[in-house]
Design a protein around this ligand. Structure first.
Ligand code: NAG
Ligand code: NAG
Ligand code: NAG
Ligand code: NAG
Ligand code: NAG
Ligand code: NAG
Length: 478
């Protein structure tokens, strides 16, 4: 029977409403057949002659409702088909829902995973940030070292990157969202670094020249001044000189010397020695000595001897720094002296001793050259003049001079805060030339400049302050 089939199917029907509707329909159809309502309407019984009981059953409708049953069967089949369709639909939906359910479950799992691990995500991000910052720091440090002197842009980048590091550390515990902001900043910084590097590639190709080497093409730039300290005698001792011994005999021994003149700006009487830069900085372990007498701030120290102009003479003195005794005194032929042709703004520096990679020099003037600079190479053992070069540069119009690799460089003031290296004379080629390298200065007057070949630094005495400058050389031009 179809109904049986129905009933068998029914428990698996998922849609409740469909199920109820179906049952109602079936009962309606059954009621129409009258099968339930009037089964046996009337019975009459009687005995016949043989004593057998006879009954007649009267059915309200004597004809069996074949047509109605057929209809029922047809309707049932239709219904059954409808149900099957509904059922397949339901099972389709169920499948779809199951898939969606799985998708949602997958998503939930993902989100939960993200939520539960968001801390480690952030940590990872911070680790990456730190790596990037470290990389930049490395780059900037490299840039800094290759630029030798201070480069304002790189210095600033360096500060900014250090700031960034601090920021990241602060944020790590506070705020995850700012990672984006920091990232943007990092990108900006990285771009600027790249530009910096490009600039460096264009302007200063490999510019490292080992100390003592003359494989370069001369000074091309100079660093910002680095103030070491006020001289040990105090602010009123505005004249003097200082430097670092260039010693070939004992290169491992460090020796810094500071020689402030007396306040008259003329008399060289006291000087101090320090065996290390740290001692110098801390005014510690100083060896203080007295000389009788030197003149002017054209002092130089070479191989543990101090060279200076002996007071009020055209003589050169050579002082043994170990014993503080005058080892040698010799006249510098024809030299003008006693403030005849000193430097501009600096009195009593008629003789300016200089040390370069090749040894000892003296820069001075003579009457014969009418005050123009004369350069003599000295034998430092005997103080004999080995060779002399005459320039066309008037000595009293330059503020100071120094020699690097046989090339004399002269400076002049531009204003109270700037000095210019403006003149050069190459004793190797006997050529003179004009250059323009601006030196920032702390105070107005540069009293002396001493070059040290072993560190390629200028030691400058600036109105009582000890100041250093790093030099930047260009590659040889040939
Ligand atoms: C049963 O049948 C008799 C005679 O045929 C009739 O008189 C009587 O009314 C019927 N009873 C019912 C309940 O229909
Ligand atoms: C749910 O995740 C499981 C395991 O990762 C994967 O096999 C399945 O295809 C995912 N289901 C859906 C619907 O994305
Ligand atoms: C670095 O940080 C300090 C203090 O947080 C701030 O004053 C300074 O301007 C910052 N420098 C740069 C270059 O961002
Ligand atoms: C600069 O030069 C170096 C080596 O010469 C090179 O590795 C680097 O990529 C260059 N940088 C730029 C920005 O051109
Ligand atoms: C020279 O160095 C200074 C920094 O000390 C820098 O500002 C300047 O641009 C440099 N000049 C050249 C031509 O490289
Ligand atoms: C300097 O003088 C000493 C002693 O006379 C001599 O031995 C030495 O060769 C001289 N040096 C030079 C470079 O002339």
């Amino acid at each position: 029977m179809k109904i049986d089939q129905f009933l068998w199917i029914l428990p698996s029907v998922k849609s409740k409403q469909n199920f109820v509707n179906s049952i109602l329909t079936i009962f309606y159809l059954l009621s129409e057949t009258n099968l339930f309502l009037q089964p046996f309407a009337n019975v009459t019984g009687s005995l016949n002659e043989n004593g057998v009981c006879q009954c007649s059953v009267y059915l309200p409708d004597t004809a069996f409702p074949v047509q109605k049953v057929e209809m029922l069967e047809i309707t049932a089949r239709v219904l059954s088909e409808k149900f099957e369709i509904e059922l397949t639909k339901v099972s389709q939906y169920t499948k779809a829902i199951q898939i969606y359910e799985q998708k949602i479950r997958n998503l939930t799992i993902k989100v939960e995973h993200m939520e539960s691990t968001s801390v480690s995500y952030t940590e990872l991000d911070f680790q990456l940030l730190k790596l990037e910052i470290n990389e930049m720091q490395r780059l900037v440090t490299q840039l800094k070292s290759t630029l030798v002197g201070s480069n304002v842009i790189v210095e600033q980048l360096y500060v900014e990157i250090r700031n960034l590091t601090v920021m990241v550390n602060d944020l790590e515990s506070l705020d995850k969202n700012n990672i984006l902001a920091i990232r943007r900043e990092i990108v900006t910084l990285q771009n600027r670094l790249k530009e910096c590097e490009k600039d460096r590639n264009q302007t200063t190709p490999p510019s490292y020249f080992p100390p003592g080497s003359c494989g370069h093409g001369g000074i091309v730039n100079i660093s910002q001044p680095y103030v070491v300290q006020l001289n040990w005698r105090g602010f009123s001792f505005k004249y003097g000189a200082w430097g670092r011994d260039y010693s070939l005999r004992t290169p491992q021994k460090d020796l810094y010397w500071v020689a402030p003149l007396n306040t008259d700006g003329r008399l060289l009487e006291y000087y101090r020695l320090h065996n290390s830069y740290d001692d110098l900085l801390l005014f510690k372990n100083a060896k203080e000595n007295r000389i009788v007498y030197g003149e002017g701030s054209g002092i130089a120290v070479y191989n543990n001897f101090m060279y200076y102009n002996i007071y009020s003479t055209r003589d050169m003195g050579k002082l043994d720094l170990n014993t503080n005794t005058l080892a040698l005194r010799k006249t510098l032929p024809n030299a003008a002296y006693s403030n005849r042709f000193s430097y501009a703004g600096v009195g009593w520096q008629d003789m300016d001793f200089a040390v370069d990679e090749s040894g000892l020099w003296v820069i001075y003037s003579t009457e014969e050259t009418t005050g123009n600079i004369v350069i003599s190479k000295l034998n430092e053992t005997t103080l004999d003049v080995l060779h002399t070069w005459k320039t066309r540069q008037y000595k009293p119009s330059v503020s100071n001079a120094f020699i690097i690799c046989g090339v004399l460089y002269a400076t002049r003031p531009v204003n109270t805060r700037k000095e210019e290296i403006f003149y050069m004379y190459d004793t190797n080629t006997e050529q003179e030339g004009r250059i323009s390298i601006i030196m920032d200065k702390m105070l107005e007057t540069v009293q002396s400049i001493n070059y040290n070949p072993s560190d390629q630094i200028l030691y400058v005495y600036n109105d009582g302050y000890l100041v250093r400058y790093n030099l930047i050389f260009q590659p040889a031009l040939h």
